[in-house]
Design a protein around this ligand. Structure first.
Ligand code: PBG
Length: 326
């Protein structure tokens, strides 16, 4: 293949040629739309660092979820903002908790839509960590039981899939065992397997009020410097029964998405996180970038890197743009 016999530009000359040789395409089928359920009624509280994202009371949440259904987005990922928090995050596994109420409402209105729930304690603990604290640090094994209770409670409320995001060791096995014990053998687990201790979660913590009150999450989330460790984490989660594995965040971790794609054949999700969304929105508001093209380029990049599923706050816009041939 050398010039002048080979001219790569020949197949770039017009849109139909480009369409014909295109290697990757985004589909609405790939998208998951994250939503934030909050206590109250008629509540639509904007998340300042995430323009277009809101904390929604359960009644209004159904409208927002309806928009995803209209766009034919297959799934939503539900986060909860409880009214009160305590040391052991009991709101997470309360059958009348905010996520449980939201799931019942969504499944009642849209029974076909896949409802995935984020399983973690950080939105429910008064210290903001993802597990129970003893001697100033997050205790792994006592947390497992609470995570399993949380997952079970979500599934009882009607969740179709649970997504543990806590990064405790052994949580996939604990959740799988609890679900199986209660007869929920067919409920899949989407594990946040390679989840990094990332500054890109900043805006989410505003949205969910889940910033740790002391310290940080580096004793359980992964070191951004590591790649091989992601392979071990994913292998472990698969061995414990994960049905879908995830890399999070996405943009600064495209190499990890590719690495996991090449090493495993499980369905792979990438989480286009809050900070990635915030950067695009802020620059677009200033008129410094073209939002539509930047979003579609970033999401296509995740797909090209190897993601099958993309969790993104841009999902509604992306679905519309895909429909218009982006
Ligand atoms: C809960 C959780 C977080 C995110 C998803 N689940 C926050 C965190 O780990 O601090 C981040 C999502 C985002 O930034 O969009 N543990």
């Amino acid at each position: 293949m050398k010039f002048p016999e080979y001219r790569p530009r020949r197949v770039r000359r017009n849109e139909n040629l480009r369409r014909m040789v295109r290697e990757n395409a985004l589909s609405v089928n790939d998208l998951v739309y994250p939503v934030f359920a909050a206590a109250g009624e008629g509540l639509k509280r904007p998340v300042e660092s995430m323009p277009g994202v809101y904390n929604l009371s359960v009644d209004l949440l159904a409208d927002e979820v309806g928009r995803a259904v209209e766009c034919r987005i297959p799934a939503v990922l539900v986060f909860g903002i409880p009214e009160t928090k305590d040391a052991v995050g009991s709101g997470a596994y309360d059958d009348e908790g905010i996520v449980q109420q939201a799931v019942r409402e969504i499944k009642g209105k849209f029974p076909e839509l896949l409802v995935i729930t984020d399983v973690c304690l950080c939105e429910y603990t008064d210290h903001g960590h993802c597990g129970v604290i003893e001697d100033g640090c997050v205790q792994n094994d006592p947390t497992l039981e609470l995570l399993a209770k949380t997952a079970l409670s979500h599934v009882r409320a009607g969740a179709d899939m649970v997504a543990p995001s806590d990064m405790m060791d052994g949580r996939v096995a604990a959740i799988r065992a609890a679900l199986d014990r209660e007869g929920y053998r067919d409920i899949p687990i989407m594990a946040y397997s390679a989840k990094y201790a990332s500054a890109f979660y900043g805006p989410f913590r505003e949205a969910a009020g889940s910033a740790p009150r002391f310290g940080d999450r580096r004793a359980y989330q992964m070191d951004p410097s590591n790649a091989l460790e992601a392979v071990r984490e994913v292998a472990m989660d698969i061995q414990e029964g994960a049905d879908i594995v995830m890399v999070k965040p996405a943009l600064a971790y495209m190499d990890i998405i590719r690495l996991i794609r090449e090493n495993f054949d499980h369905p792979l999700a990438a989480y286009n996180v809050s900070g990635e969304y915030a950067m695009v929105k802020a620059a677009a508001q200033k008129g410094w970038i073209e939002e539509r093209r930047v979003v579609m380029e970033a999401l296509t990049g995740m797909k090209r890197a190897g993601a099958d599923i993309i969790i993104t706050y841009h999902a509604l816009d992306a679905a519309r743009w895909i429909g218009e041939g982006y």
